[in-house]
Write a protein that binds this ligand. Structure first.
Ligand code: RIB
Length: 305
């Protein structure tokens, strides 16, 4: 069956240390544990969309190392179409992650094979985009490729989602017309807008700024505070379900994947946001990136506290 959600983005092996707190510059800390877990924002979003009900295809690159095999196998185990996950000579992408006792994390990524995602790769798998209903991109592959993918998906009339993560600067102005849903978290909304974001009110200001820059719809994810939807007509705040957080890694990815799966299944925007939020809330109650992502029955069986 053709994929109705196509994810274009990164695959990383996550090297995860749990520690009492995040280290400061020059400091050595004694950690509690170490694990390797399949991750990468693109792959996490693909897994989330697949577990949450979509037919998914992934477009990405892994290295010729053991991590590459494991990253691809992890997607195949979710019935994700990996015909467009190419193996390139060299190392796979990796993410060095520290999670502290308050479930906060700090992440450093090294692109590895993700840097081999050129615009030509998007052209090679154009048939996949043609079959899709929803196309999702993030920012862990080269900007030129993201821009090319967004514009091609727009030209094909697809629903286009950009999760601008990680973000350290404003987006190219000519991307906005190609995006239906721009989904930053607080720090990404701040980086894209140049405005501080630390509350619902400041998130509204940043979202207004992004709308003025050309975004058509913005969803700012606010962690435990829920999410803020903004379009040209106004704002709507969606409070988050209350849960006890263990590890917030991939919560944003789970939201994006769940939101996309729900849209592809015909849900309204509001339903899709609530669905993504329940999935993300469940993900923070479990450790790791892909292992933490819930499936359809988990979300359907969710009872708010
Ligand atoms: O969003 C979480 C992801 O960010 C991790 O899986 C890590 O690979 C980094 O890309």
């Amino acid at each position: 069956m053709p994929a109705n959600v196509v994810v274009i983005g990164s695959l990383n092996m996550d090297l995860v240390t749990r520690a009492p707190r995040l280290p400061t510059g020059g400091e050595t800390l004694i950690g509690h544990s170490f694990t390797t877990v399949s991750g990468g924002k693109g792959a996490n979003q693909a897994v989330a969309a697949a577990r949450l009900g979509a037919q998914v295809a992934m477009v990405g690159c892994v290295g010729s190392d053991d991590y590459g095999v494991q990253l691809r196998d992890a997607l195949l185990a979710e019935q994700i179409d990996c015909q467009a996950v190419s193996v390139v000579e060299g190392s796979s992408g990796v993410a060095l992650i520290v999670v502290d006792d308050n479930s906060q994390n700090a992440i450093v990524i090294v692109a590895g094979a993700n840097a081999a995602m050129t615009p030509a790769v998007i052209d090679r798998f154009d048939a996949m985009l043609q079959d899709a209903d929803v196309v999702i991109c993030q920012l862990e592959i080269p900007d030129a490729t993201v821009g090319h993918a967004l514009k091609r998906a727009r030209a094909l009339g697809k629903t286009v989602i950009l999760n601008p993560a990680p973000a350290s600067r404003p987006l190219p102005a000519d991307w906005f017309a190609a995006i239906d849903y721009l989904i930053p978290n607080e720090s990404e909304a701040a980086a894209l807008s140049g405005l501080p974001v630390d509350s619902l009110q400041t998130a509204e200001k940043a979202a207004s700024h992004l709308l003025a820059m050309g975004a058509s719809k913005v969803i700012v994810t606010l962690g435990a505070e829920g999410s803020l939807f903004a379009n040209g007509k106004g704002f709507e705040h969606f409070p988050a379900p209350k849960v006890k957080a263990v590890d917030t890694t991939a919560a944003g990815d789970t939201f994006v994947g769940g939101f996309a799966a729900a849209l592809a299944a015909g849900s309204s925007e509001a339903e899709a946001i609530r669905y993504g939020q329940i999935a993300a809330a469940l993900s923070v109650t479990r450790a790791g990136a892909q292992p933490s992502i819930p499936c359809l029955s988990d979300v359907q069986g969710f009872k708010p506290a």
